[in-house]
Design a protein around this ligand. Structure first.
Ligand code: PEP
Length: 253
């Protein structure tokens, strides 16, 4: 049975002390209310806080992910972080291909494919983001865009490798804007993504993959989004910066 996942992408927010407070706030709330048995929580803090958050994760209910990784193995890439480094710190997940990285740092599907390869080589599960911008949605091109991102970024993988992935569908027009995809829009494209995977790798693989929704997900809309058969949780930005909101989203299954 595929997992329900709520992953918090903190982006470039919070001082060290604020980040420490956020983890503590999440843990306090999780001591009072248990997550569903099939629910996995993942916290994705900025690189400098990975170790601090990982230390807490040893005795609690969440796993830890990075927000990015370099597409090369090692070497003269000043300021970059490799999959091998993350793996040596026991980091279990890593977000790849977030729309902000595609838009501001020129990440292409080819680069994302290399990042995914690096992560899988070092036994880190990629959380791979896809999703269309507003003009593409308005032109009815969302299916083509998402299919291209998945095909070019991921379809070089074997079925065994593909099973390690988490996919996050994030319509760019919904990220940080307060506009959320309707539950129907989310279900429609999540089902399309699952079918695209099934056409390539078979139904068994497609049924094992958790497909998360991302884009202004909050406690007030999480329940109806997650109630859809192909929406297996959320990649959460803004609402992940507040312990109560984030935990309430994770309790929405
Ligand atoms: C995100 O950036 O992955 C995201 C979903 O952000 P927000 O929840 O703030 O829209």
């Amino acid at each position: 049975m595929r997992k329900n996942i709520v992953a918090g992408n903190w982006k470039m927010n919070k001082s060290f002390d604020e980040a420490d407070d956020l983890v503590n706030g999440i843990m306090e709330l999780l001591e009072k209310k248990e997550l569903g048995k099939n629910t996995l929580m993942i916290l994705c803090p900025p690189f400098p806080y990975l170790e601090m958050v990982s230390d807490y994760s040893n005795d609690s209910y969440f796993m830890v992910g990075a927000q990015n990784v370099n597409d090369n193995e090692k070497g003269a890439y000043t300021g970059e972080v490799s999959a091998e480094m993350l793996s040596s710190m026991d980091i279990e997940y890593c977000i790849v291909g977030h729309s902000e990285r595609r838009a501001y740092y020129g990440e292409t599907d080819a680069m994302i494919a290399k990042k995914v390869d690096q992560l899988l080589k070092h036994e880190i599960r990629p959380i791979v983001c896809c999703g269309e911008v507003l003009e593409e949605r308005e032109a009815g091109k969302q299916f083509d865009v998402v299919k291209r991102q998945i095909t070019d970024g991921l379809f070089h993988l074997s079925a065994e490798q593909f099973k390690e992935l988490v996919i996050a569908y994030e319509p760019v027009w919904a990220i940080g804007t307060g506009k959320t995809a309707t539950p129907e829009q989310a279900q429609e494209i999540h089902a399309f993504i699952r079918k695209t995977i099934a056409d390539k790798y078979g139904k068994e693989v497609a049924d094992e993959i958790s497909i998360l929704y991302g884009g202004s997900c909050k406690p007030s809309n999480a329940k109806e989004l997650f109630a859809n058969p192909d929406v297996d949780g959320g990649l959460i930005g803004g609402a992940a910066l507040q312990a109560e909101d984030f935990v309430n989203i994770a309790l929405a299954f």
